[in-house]
Write a protein that binds this ligand. Sequence first.
Ligand SMILES: [Zn+2]
Length: 347
Amino acid sequence: MKAMVIHQFGEPEVMQWEDPPAPAAGPGEVVVRVHSVSVNRTLDLQVREDGGGYGAILPLVLGNDPAGEVAETGQGVESPKVGERVAISQGIHCNACEQCDSGRPFQCANRRMLGIHLWGGYAEYVKVPASNCVTIPDGLSYGEATVVARHFPLAIAQTRLTNLQAGDWALVMGAAGGLGSCIVQVARAIGANIIAGAGADERVAVGLDLGAQHGVNYRRDDLEAEVMRITGGRGVDAVFENIGDPTQWDGAFNSMARGGRLVTVGAHGGGMVTLDLKKLYQRRLQVMSGLGAEGRAELEESLAQTASGQFQVLIDRTLPLSQAVAAHKLVDSNEPLGKVILDPTLD
Ligand SMILES: [Zn+2]
């Protein structure tokens, strides 16, 4: 098969257009003919550059969120069937550790990720456990399914972790980003009052377009003061932080109402912050991480909501897989508005 393989970390050119053997489906596995995979800043660009601190295993085929049609099923697989259109739930658990045995596979000690620890979707074919496949509803393209799979399940998982309810106040940091833009839409569907936080006016505007009722440009204005002004001095019930920027952390933390919950996944803003413990316990606040809590159920829900028009995904353009080097440079330029998709069937 054709695949973009990396043998060493570095510049985009380390991705080589090669012909490795196609995978074969083992027991409980399926082989998917890839039709789409997205180019992500953290999980593709950063992993390609230096492994991203995830323990990436070389040689590697990137691609965390492929979608495609089932080409082969292994022994014991009843679903999905050959020819079925599927998206893939990220995070492959071992079914053998203590957490998996006790029904918490999202906390699996041996959790592996496509495109990091296992060969991913920058290839004509990818092998995954059948149990990670979710059927794509009619009316959704492969590209849309890929973009949905990348961020919406985590966005749903985060709103559940924070127990966000209709009428609650929510502050979404990075509201125009990949994850933030999904959280705004999930929170809107729940019926929350949403404040879109972003570092530029045009990015705040994206959050407002997606359904936030209020916005704060936290690079220009004082975040905490603005949130308190908007909420009449009360603060918000849930903060979706997800940027890990030490210059914004205090403002986000201090924006919580009594009993508020802050969830954070992602540290591209630096990741080292201070925590006011006295305020944490005196105001009955919670700070939590929700990585990996998303699974099949959240992916199924995300795809259904997108098919029904509740959620929208933004695709900038679709390129043949062989142009992955150019695609990485494009994403690195910050120019695309929406996801860049690679499609091996265009080669
Ligand atoms: Zn496990």
